[in-house]
Write a protein that binds this ligand. Structure first.
Ligand code: PLP
Length: 376
């Protein structure tokens, strides 16, 4: 059998990884400033993380949600405390799209309404429901389109948002903490506060998609915490498991659980929770969020000294470097001539930087020097 060939791939085969580096089969070392698409939070193969998974699998790797799984409660308690949401409840699942799918469904269970407000350039996943709120018709099949009404609003446009939320039957608003795939734009504090108040007034559920921007990446646990809002639902995935598939939905106490309302076979399994607990422990013990703030400030300042860099977008260690021309070739040169992984975005002019959160100033300086040489 051959693979269903849907992924454009670089001809590189990493066989080993540690911290901020990966090595291919020829033992060539690469600086990973993309973290496998923003997934690697505490660093590749962190010893505390690998040990936690190893210990867990030796005891019990999996049993379904039909039995007691105490490590789920441990994860929920740690996540609640570290994220500043101790009074919210946690539903565990397996991927970002699944978390968003469940969030939109839960909002509709709660208020029995059907229309969703989403934003231009959004990306929320590739399931039936999430494709409908993802602003990219190219990845949507006929069956995914118009299965419920979605109103797309430009980011940070309060007038357009006001018009949308006045429409009948609006169930939820879904918004990214920082737009990842779209190109590193984010809702400003005033806009977040405005939509949060409007949602409360119209009894609409506010869903913050923190799948890429969460878990410390912005310098706060969640990117929306640069404002004072408290969304009704928060979704998380990528950095949550540092590569082990796990996702979560944080749920405001006003939304009550009913047996059978949501469910999944693999969600919250023992191994995924062991990975999730280790990630939170390391995030806290190694002060990774303050490293993000520190290294980000340094990197943004250094990038500003390159005349060809038009703008640095994003926050923390979720940054977009905008050039005056499409970045594809620059990205290839970084990879082939300098052994540095970076990402791209829907906006072709933006190079995406999503390193493990423990990256050092010295390591990002290597990238700045390489970029300067390439664009000069
Ligand atoms: C903001 C955001 N939401 C949702 C998703 C979908 O996550 P997954 O690929 O785990 O389904 C992604 C993935 O890139 C994302 O960046």
């Amino acid at each position: 059998m051959k693979l269903f060939d849907v992924y454009p791939r670089f001809p590189i085969t990493p066989v080993k990884a540690k911290g901020v580096y990966v090595w291919d089969e020829n033992n060539t070392r690469y600086l990973d400033l993309y973290g496998g698409h923003g997934v690697i939070s505490i660093g590749h193969s962190h010893p505390q993380y690998t040990k936690a998974i190893e210990n867990q699998v030796k005891k019990i790797g999996f049993y379904s949600n039909s039995i007691e799984i105490p490590i789920q409660k441990e994860l929920a308690e740690k996540l609640g405390n570290l994220s500043g949401y101790p009074d919210y409840a946690l539903f565990l699942c397996n991927s970002g799209a699944e978390a968003n799918d469940n969030a939109i469904k839960l909002a509709s269970f709660y208020n029995h309404k059907k229309t969703v407000i989403a934003f231009k350039n959004s990306f929320h996943g590739r399931t039936g429901v999430t494709l409908n709120v993802t602003d990219d018709p190219k990845i949507s099949a006929s069956i995914n389109q118009d299965n419920f009404k979605v109103i797309y609003v430009p980011l940070n446009d309060t007038v357009a948002f006001d018009e949308a939320i006045k429409q009948p039957d609006v169930s939820s608003v879904i918004i990214e903490g920082i737009q990842g795939v779209g190109g590193l734009d984010y809702p400003n504090v005033e806009f977040l506060e405005y939509i949060s108040a409007a949602c409360a007034q119209h009894e609409v559920i506010l869903i913050l998609d923190e799948i890429q921007s969460g878990y410390g990446r912005s310098g706060k646990f969640f990117a929306h915490q640069h404002s004072a809002i408290k969304p009704d639902l928060i979704t998380t995935a990528k950095g949550m498991g540092n590569g082990f598939p796990i996702a979560g939905l944080l749920i405001h106490p006003k939304i009550e659980a009913q047996k059978g309302m949501l469910g999944t076979t693999f969600g919250g399994n023992h191994l995924a929770c062991a990975a999730g607990v280790a990630v939170l422990d390391v995030l806290e013990a190694e002060n990774l969020m303050s490293n993000v703030v520190d290294v980000s400030a340094y990197l943004v300042k250094e990038l500003a000294t390159i005349p060809q860099v038009i703008k640095v977008k994003g926050m923390g260690l979720m940054l977009g470097v905008e050039l005056a021309y499409p970045v594809d070739e620059v990205r290839l040169k970084l990879l082939n001539a300098y052994q540095i992984f970076t990402g791209n975005a829907k906006n072709k002019y933006v190079l995406r930087i999503l390193p493990p959160l423990g990256v050092t100033k010295k390591q990002v300086k290597v990238f700045v020097n390489a970029l300067r040489e390439i664009v000069s």
